[in-house]
Ligand binder design. Structure first.
Ligand SMILES: *[C@@H]1O[C@H](CO)[C@@H](O)[C@H](O)[C@H]1NC(C)=O
Length: 318
């Protein structure tokens, strides 16, 4: 929510010829960078000079390598500085088949969209309005687009998987984003049968993790899984580091829970000690992947996501 408010407040001042307003400028000038998802690229501190935003010239592309580095004028420092996207930054984009112009619209203080653009709600968050230009020839990579559209990536999972994980619960093959409400929650009573949509390598080891992103809990973890004939060797006798916890109508919080099921190809073998240390609550994919970067890559090989609800789905149908 804070993020949304910041975008609405800060981006207008960045717009082409947008009106300045002292309140906006004040909020903006807390940072050297214009957009809430950006941060200044900092120099290394030395004995003589502390770390500070790297200066640049708008006509020379002389910012260091980084996440979309750009040279921008900083109102705070009154000079041009290098800005880059924050790690795992959730940058708003237009809906599918629209090009994005990062110019907010639809609010009384915002400027109008240029010719050819329409003011539309951003992908996954209708309250953030952006200028968008239709383009039917744009191409989208799956499953990344679906993960982004549902705001799983980068908010809950830093990097989208290379493949969709095909999961089957009680003989029902689920699709990404499928919801199991309280009336059919028992379909999730047993762990899913999975296939990665890609041939696995027999000499590698794999990790399966299921996390409840809503309650921030790991509800299933199987590590050091071997592959056999390109398939996961996972069956009833396979020992789990965290045994499968089926969802229940009494789970907290009440309502919908977002579940992320991911398969990773390991760089190395998990030690029993590391597995025992897994944070069972307050779990966060980004932090976990960073901590165990020596075992797991940042990108899942395959993943899917679904939801369950502790209540009956009584949302109005259109
Ligand atoms: C639509 O997007 C494609 C791919 O990015 C681009 O090459 C093309 O010029 C765009 N078309 C228009 C009308 O902007």
């Amino acid at each position: 929510m804070l993020n949304t408010v910041l975008i609405m407040l800060l981006v207008p001042t960045a717009g082409l010829g947008a009106r300045y307003n002292s309140h906006l400028v004040k909020g903006w000038s807390n940072s050297d960078c214009v957009r809430p998802w950006q941060q200044a690229q900092m120099s290394k501190p030395t004995l003589r000079i502390p770390s500070r935003a790297i200066e640049c010239h708008p006509d020379d592309h002389n910012c260091p390598a980084g996440r979309n580095p750009v040279c921008q004028y900083s109102l705070r420092s009154q000079k041009y500085v290098c800005c880059e996207d924050k790690k795992d930054a959730d940058i708003p984009t237009c809906p599918k088949y629209y090009e994005t112009l990062l110019l907010p619209c639809g609010n009384s203080v915002d400027s109008q969209c240029p010719r050819g653009y329409r003011c539309l709600g951003s992908l996954g968050d209708d309250s953030i309005k952006l200028c968008c230009k239709p383009n039917r020839t744009l191409e989208y990579r799956e499953p990344e687009h679906t993960f982004r559209e549902n705001r799983i990536v980068p908010r809950l999972l830093p990097i989208a998987p290379a493949y969709e994980l095909i999961a089957t619960f009680s003989d029902e093959q689920i699709s990404m984003g499928q919801l199991f409400d309280a009336s059919i929650i028992e379909k999730l009573a047993d762990p899913p049968v999975m296939s990665a949509g890609v041939e696995l390598q027999d000499e590698k080891l794999y990790t399966i993790i299921l996390a409840d992103a809503t309650s921030k809990a790991v509800t299933w973890l199987v590590a050091n899984i071997a592959a056999f004939d390109g398939q996961l060797e996972i069956h009833r006798r396979t020992k789990s580091a965290v045994s499968y916890q089926p969802p229940d109508e009494t789970d907290k919080p009440v309502g919908m829970h977002t579940m992320i099921l991911a398969l990773f190809e390991q760089h190395d073998t998990w030690s029993q000690k590391d597995l025992a240390r897994i944070a069972m609550d307050d779990f966060n994919f980004g932090e976990w992947l960073e901590e165990y970067a020596h075992v797991l890559p940042g990108q899942p090989l395959a993943a899917t996501f679904y939801g369950y609800s502790t209540k009956k789905d009584d949302r109005k149908r259109i």
